[in-house]
Design a protein around this ligand. Structure first.
Ligand code: Q0Z
Length: 287
């Protein structure tokens, strides 16, 4: 009956355990990172919000693309997953010009080999969403690569399949989110292969940690956009004049409470479910 979990990996804000030969347990903590630094102060329930959101999207996209979700644990922050052979590629889709996409565009007028029209502003919506793969960096930042280099990593056929799957998933979720007042500027997926060699969506899906969520009612291209979830944290950190090297600052109670409220708001808008109902029974997001 009782199970022995073996810890296999730590991400910045998540932990991965082995359940058995076929299954992993992905646990989302309440840790938060900003400017690439994990802060000493947790945001209560952040891990539950992110796990619930991932599970919601996995449930809603499963007919279009198989995913690794096996089940949610009653704690609401832990997801049982099928063990996959992960592909060595970060699968990024961009619908808007932000982050490294904006930087690459300013330098070369292109992102991952896609020439873009002249005159785009920071945060502009792209003429259509683009697939901009990156390598998985073990230290530092992922490196954007062009289609040829990405295809060399996974094979050209598999490359075309992850590109199609990523664009389809992004179109579905970004339309759903925009109708609920949240712009998904970009998002990152990780795919793997199951025992039969089928392409399966893994990791997390359309969480504010794997995506840029912007409040639609404040959208104004030509400047960086406020983050739906982390803006209070960023503003507080900027107000301190912190140099953004570790350790990060402790967060005051009002910043913690305001940030928690934004995570819960994103959850409730996107899932249409009250967070209280999720806590009582996480499986509500799977229906
Ligand atoms: C994901 C990661 C971490 C969270 C391995 N279904 C899967 N099968 C095989 N491997 C993975 C998955 Cl999700 C897998 N990661 C990234 C590391 C916490 C996610 F420590 N690594």
């Amino acid at each position: 009956m009782s199970e022995t979990l073996v810890h296999v990996a730590s991400g910045k804000v998540r932990e991965l355990f082995t359940i058995d030969d076929d299954r992993l347990l992905l646990v989302a903590s309440d840790r938060i990172s900003t400017f690439d630094v994990v802060l000493p102060t947790a945001i209560p329930d952040k891990g539950r919000v992110l796990t619930g959101l991932s599970a919601f999207w996995f449930a809603r996209t499963q007919r279009a693309r198989a995913n690794h979700l096996v089940g949610l644990r009653p704690d609401g922050r832990s997801m049982e997953c099928r063990r996959l052979e992960m592909l060595p590629l970060e699968c990024v889709v961009r619908g808007y010009l932000a982050g490294s996409g904006w930087k690459d565009y300013l330098r070369e007028g292109a992102v991952c080999g896609y020439s873009l029209p002249d005159g785009l502003r920071e945060s502009d919506q792209l003429p259509e969403p683009i697939f901009t793969p990156a390598t998985k960096a073990h230290v530092g930042h992922d490196e954007n690569i062009d289609a040829e280099r990405a295809a060399a990593l996974v094979g050209v056929e598999r490359y075309r399949e992850v590109e199609r799957a990523s664009l389809d998933l992004y179109r579905f979720a970004s339309e759903h989110a925009a109708e609920r007042g949240i712009l998904i500027a970009d998002t990152k997926f990780e795919f793997g292969l199951d025992a039969a060699g089928q392409l399966v969506l893994g990791d997390e899906a359309f969480t504010p940690d794997s995506s840029r969520f912007w409040p639609a009612d404040e959208y104004e291209p030509g400047r960086p956009q406020p983050s739906f979830d982390k803006q209070y944290v960023r503003d507080y950190c900027e107000s301190l004049g912190w140099d953004k090297s570790p350790p990060g600052p402790d967060l005051p109670g009002d910043v913690v409470e305001g940030t928690r409220a934004r995570y819960v708001e994103a959850f409730e808008r996107l899932t249409g479910t009250s967070f209280e109902d999720y806590l009582a029974n996480p499986e509500v997001v799977l229906r």
